[in-house]
Design a protein around this ligand. Structure first.
Ligand SMILES: Cc1ncc(COP(=O)(O)O)c(C=O)c1O
Length: 357
């Protein structure tokens, strides 16, 4: 019998995260300060009887809460199982199989995977040496969808607001602006979405909000597009515990989130100084992680793991800077956390640094 597996899945494998079972996990850019207090008590105090019921659909209170946070009405919010879910659904809502999605690379690794699974053709343009986008090259094939990520994973760099504005102005179709790390910088998405009816901004509670395990992401977009996106997503993708914690966090934990995001930015810059004095050249980051070109990234990561630290290994990155050319496109991606932890990490890294470029 011929394989029953869809042809678009050829060559793809399930995602596996960095193995951090016995280590401090600096590999996934989550919040190393933990979970905000009101979200935690919302989970702890959830009535058990609620578990036998379906979650509300649409999640009206959550949509209102996220809408207030984003400065839009609840009709412009679609929440889902992580922002992964919304990015994946947007490809089915706003493009046909065979259409093209354009993106500047390197970027979030799941995006070309979701695109391939959804039958889209992928147009990749390398980021410039200053981590900007060649807009003419990006839009040349008139893509149905454009994906922008700012601050970008894995580089940590943010796009100039003028680049985002021009792509939104000139793109022939929908622009997906992924601001998963938006809380760590002055991300412009929320302010652009009212005026631009084909802009979809995605955000997440997995990073600055410290709720990665509950899987809450959301899209902010024009009401007509929100209807289509919610249709594709389907009902009940958010469970009631996630919904309760998200409402509590976005209502009452904002000061905690802002303070921890500020701590992350401060410690990121301190970590950058420490890494530079160890002879490394981290890329300029506006997120809660640093991307550090390192030719022996895989080997160094193995040795760091033995010392109790899991970091993300990146290979095959476009050689867009001198440091990435010298590292042959290999790098470590390191999540920033509380300073005492970072100090221990830097000490461990320094001892392994002979293998780094
Ligand atoms: C740029 C970017 N977008 C989206 C996501 C997905 O986040 P989540 O599905 O947890 O909301 C990630 C996760 O690492 C990311 O780095």
């Amino acid at each position: 019998m011929p394989s029953p597996v869809r042809k678009t899945l050829a060559g793809l494998r399930p995602y596996t995260a960095t193995d951090a079972a016995n280590a401090v996990d600096l590999s996934d850019n989550t919040n190393l300060w933990g979970t905000p207090p009101l979200a935690l008590s919302a989970i702890q105090n959830m009535p058990v009887a609620a578990l036998s019921r379906y979650p509300s659909t649409p999640p009206t209170i959550l949509n209102e809460t996220l809408g207030r946070y984003a400065g839009v009405g609840p009709d412009m919010i679609v929440a889902g199982c992580g922002s992964d879910d919304l990015i994946d659904c947007a490809m089915r809502a706003f493009a046909e199989p065979g259409d093209m999605i354009a993106m500047a690379v390197p970027t979030f690794s799941m995006v070309p995977v979701f695109a391939t699974i959804n039958g889209l053709r992928v147009h990749m343009v390398p980021l410039s040496a200053t981590f900007d986008v060649d807009i003419d090259a990006l839009l040349a094939p008139r893509p149905a969808l454009v994906y922008l990520c700012s601050p970008n994973n894995p580089t940590g760099t943010a796009l100039p607001p003028s680049t985002i504005a021009r792509v939104v102005r000139e793109a022939p179709g929908v622009v997906l602006l992924d601001e998963a790390y938006g809380e760590f910088t002055a991300a412009p998405g929320f302010s652009l979405v009212q005026e631009n009816k084909h802009l979809v901004v995605t955000r997440t509670l997995s990073k600055a909000f410290g709720l990665a395990g509950l899987r809450v992401g959301y899209a902010v977009l024009a009401s007509a597009l929100a209807q289509a996106l919610a249709t594709v997503r389907g009902p009940y993708k958010l469970n009631i515990a996630a919904e309760a914690a998200a409402v509590a966090a976005v209502t009452g934990d904002l000061a905690w989130v802002r303070d921890r995001a500020a701590d992350a930015a401060t410690n990121r810059d301190r970590l950058g100084v420490a890494l530079r004095s160890a002879g490394l050249a981290p890329l300029p980051s506006e997120a809660n992680f640093l991307c550090v070109p390192c030719r022996a990234a895989a080997d160094v990561a193995q040795r760091l793991l033995r010392r109790g630290f899991a970091v993300r290994v990146l290979t095959g990155l476009p050689r867009i800077t001198d440091s990435l050319a010298a590292s042959q496109g290999a790098a470590l991606r390191i999540t920033v956390g509380p300073w005492p932890l970072m100090e221990r990490f830097v000490a461990a890294l320094q001892e392994e640094c002979n293998a780094c470029v």
